[in-house]
Ligand binder design. Structure first.
Ligand code: SAH
Ligand code: AVI
Length: 325
């Protein structure tokens, strides 16, 4: 049926917003960068390598759950309009697409900021599922969910990989409330969440022996350099990640390994860092069934089904609109 490519955030606007975010983040008292900027072409490729690391169990665990429940979910929900937020390589949705008895006329809409990787991923799906309507939308799902085309039938929204964990509570409440607005009473939401567990397992997943996560973390500095004509030296930054039990989250930081002065010429900004000064690049919240139920209910959604992998490491939730049956 072919493949449509929509670009909702044109390159110039996207870059202008990124420059604003970089200025705000790096001049704040606690310096930070939004994790959505990890995913340029190199960052997306590094993330794919992370998913294959022995320490990073998340992808394998969620994949195992999807493999087990895809047929049942597809059979019961009979989705005609599948929308995925932040699909990355679009690998996981294949479990659902393969379970469709007849994909003819079913639409799959994938929204991601990773321009290059999205076009490539949806292009590959077009070869494998020629009978489906495929629609790639290059956009920021925090800003552009309202631009999605209206549903073509029963809608299933996917948000996998525990990407919800990369948002602080106020941001995720706002995002989930927008997801709620995408759903009619028969629509459903499939959400992947990483679960609270032994801190050693969590900390290893975000500080692997091969150093791929370190490179993923440092890559955000290359993205900044390109966006605002900066001269960060990525190798002069240490990868630092740890689990905060109090906040139920992994925090990922970059720490200056030596004193340094950084110029961001397009922002006319000069930043000085002492040894050990940090930039907070990512939070990755971990959940329990209870905390997921609360999070959903705060945004007008209700937990309908709860699935975990055999090791109880990862959760996959089916949620429905709360105020309708
Ligand atoms: N869902 C996949 C990929 C997870 S990586 C999996 O489970 O393996 C996170 C993905 O979300 C990346 O592809 C990234 O580009 C995308 N992403 C992160 N923040 C985003 C945002 N604000 N808007 C759109 N896409 C975003
Ligand atoms: C995409 N996101 C859910 C990943 C995570 O686990 O928070 C990104 C990542 N960061 C470090 N490793 C993987």
């Amino acid at each position: 049926m072919g493949c449509l490519l929509d670009v909702h955030a044109d390159e110039a606007r996207f870059l202008a917003r990124m420059a604003d975010d970089i200025r705000r983040g790096l001049t704040a008292r606690r310096r930070q960068l939004p994790p959505k900027y990890f995913y340029d072409e190199a960052g997306s490729a590094l993330f794919e390598r992370i998913t294959e690391l022995p320490e990073y169990y998340l992808t394998r665990a969620e994949d195992a759950i999807l493999r087990d429940i895809a047929e049942d979910i597809v059979c019961r929900l009979a989705p005609r309009d599948i929308v995925e937020l932040g699909p990355g390589s679009c690998r996981k949705v294949r479990w659902l697409l393969d379970a469709l008895e007849d994909g003819r006329g079913v639409r799959y809409v994938a929204m991601d900021v990773g321009r290059e990787s999205l076009a490539q991923a949806v292009g590959a799906l077009a070869d494998e599922y020629p009978q489906m309507h495929l629609h790639a939308v290059v956009a920021d799902f925090e800003r552009h969910l309202g631009c999605l085309p209206p549903p073509t039938g029963r809608r299933l929204v996917l948000f996998l990989g525990s990407t919800i964990g990369n948002f602080d509570p106020p941001a995720r409440r706002a995002l989930l409330a927008q997801v709620r607005r995408l759903l009619d009473s028969d629509g459903r939401f499939l959400l992947g969440v990483d679960l609270v567990k032994d801190r050693r397992v969590l900390e290893a997943a975000y500080d692997d022996a091969a150093g791929v996560t370190r490179e993923f973390n440092r890559n955000i500095l290359r993205v900044v350099n390109r966006a605002v004509d900066g001269d960060f030296v990525p190798d002069a930054w240490r990868h630092h990640s740890f689990y905060s039990t109090e906040a139920s989250r992994i925090e990922m930081h970059l720490l200056a390994a030596a004193p340094q002065r950084v110029h961001l010429r397009a922002l006319e900004l000069v930043l000085d860092f002492d040894v050990g000064d940090g930039i907070w690049t990512e939070s990755s919240y971990k959940f329990t069934r209870e905390s997921v139920a609360v999070m959903l209910s705060e945004s007008g959604l209700a937990l309908e089904e709860w699935h975990t992998d055999r090791g109880g490491r990862f959760g996959l939730v089916v949620a429905r609109p709360a105020d309708r049956t």
